[in-house]
Design a protein around this ligand. Structure first.
Ligand code: GLV
Ligand code: MN
Ligand code: MN
Ligand code: MN
Length: 398
């Protein structure tokens, strides 16, 4: 079943040239993946709902009486992303429910699978869009007005996908169905390789954010404009990249300019505008904020904040319970190790909104993620399902 599910989605949104995935929110690949989710839920007899923010929920039992135990993740990807970031959590969720059903398990409380919309923010710039809207930390007016690289607003894109953008926003009723949330995810580092464990749990998510830097200059002819007469925005941009690296090294945080737009984009013209997106993260929120403030002043660019996510410390009691159950399910000598992560997740947004939340990580041999080389061994993925099934069974008893 696990292989079958994996086989069914493997080709969706895959770039045959690079092997990377292009699964922007509301793209045709994303719509096909959402349809696949509905079918997997339907053939298990689960009740599928889409909430007002486009998040999908598949329920075994009715959560309107008593909040349920929910697992899941997301199906969208970064551009040229890997196969595992997101989908592993969804495929493992269905597989874990299959394990429980095969055992004749009857959940003592509703058990659900969530598929959050636009976790990566690849299209509109704001990550965890579905969970931010659900929990009310993102203003729906701002969301509707965000534009993609084609200049299409999120409102237009939603309308084209047959959704009503007017209904976006905080959804306490849907959120109230989630008594506890557990997201299984491929590890995006090599900590589990070092500890020698196939599965771990999350202790915390670093504070992180995205900022847009617009460097304005004067577009002009590349051949006839003397160097002294140029107002070339690539120069302050280049200095800013180097300075970001120095500041990050000094502060012990990370800073990345991973997306860049040079306008108008002629090889034979000095550009008029460089837009560059900074992603900065670290264990110390003050240090991240100080870096961004110093870089803003240094750059001379017009800077706007696209998203900010404060530190998330996962509930320690829940984390330790999960670690113990996962360790025992895999017949390990000790509890699964707990690790902090620099990656953002919907589980973090839910935790910040007061939903008891936790994460299970599956070992990634190279630690590479957000790249086609992202990987997890099949044997480890199966252990992840075993651990997740045990965790869900345990949580359903409380
Ligand atoms: C999303 O995966 C992020 O951490 O940026
Ligand atoms: Mn990701
Ligand atoms: Mn993810
Ligand atoms: Mn993420």
């Amino acid at each position: 079943m696990f292989d079958e599910m994996w086989g069914a989605i493997e080709r969706l949104g895959r770039d045959g040239r690079t092997g990377g995935y292009l699964r922007d929110a509301w793209s045709s690949a994303d719509l096909e993946l959402r349809e696949w989710f509905r079918q997997e839920a339907a053939r298990r007899g689960l009740d599928v709902r889409e909430d007002r923010n486009g998040n999908l929920w598949a329920w075994w039992g009715d959560p309107s009486g008593r909040p349920g135990v929910v697992t899941g993740s997301h199906l969208d990807s970064v551009r040229q992303g890997g196969a595992f970031d997101g989908p592993l959590g969804i495929v493992s969720a269905f597989a874990a429910l299959d394990v429980l059903a095969a055992r004749g398990f009857e959940p003592g409380r509703p058990l659900g699978i969530a598929c959050f919309t636009d976790e990566e923010g690849a299209r509109f710039g704001v990550p965890c869009m579905g969970s931010r809207l659900l929990t009310g930390v993102l203003d729906p007016d701002r969301a509707r007005g965000l534009t993609d690289d084609e200049g299409d607003s999120m409102a237009e894109v939603l309308r084209r996908a047959g959704r009503d953008p007017a209904v976006l926003g905080r959804d306490p009723e849907t959120l109230g169905h989630v008594g506890v949330f557990v997201e299984l995810h491929v590890e995006q580092g090599r900590e589990l390789v070092h500890t020698g464990d196939p599965v771990g749990v999350a202790s915390a998510i670093w504070p992180h954010g995205r900022w847009r830097f617009d460097f304005h200059g004067q577009a002009n002819h590349a051949g006839t404009t003397r160097l002294a007469d140029r107002d070339d925005p690539t120069l302050p941009f280049a200095r800013t990249v180097l300075h970001a690296r120095e500041l990050a090294e000094r502060a012990g945080v990370v800073a990345t300019f991973g997306k860049l737009r040079v306008s108008p984009g002629n090889a034979n013209a000095v550009p008029g505008l460089v837009s560059a997106w900074l992603d900065a993260r670290g264990g110390d929120e003050g240090a991240v904020r100080a870096l961004v403030a110093e870089l803003t002043a240094f750059s001379g660019a017009e800077v706007s904040t696209e998203s900010w996510t404060p530190v998330v410390d996962f509930d320690a009691v829940l984390r330790d319970r999960l670690a113990a159950v996962a360790g025992a399910a895999l017949a390990r000598p000790a509890a699964a190790p707990a690790l902090p992560t620099g990656a953002g997740h919907d589980a973090g947004i839910l935790a910040a909104a007061g939903v008891p939340s936790a994460m299970v990580f599956v070992r990634n041999p190279t630690g590479i993620s957000h790249s086609p080389e992202e990987h997890a061994e099949e044997s480890d993925c199966r252990l992840g399902v075993t651990a997740l099934a045990a965790v869900l069974e345990d949580l359903c008893r409380s």
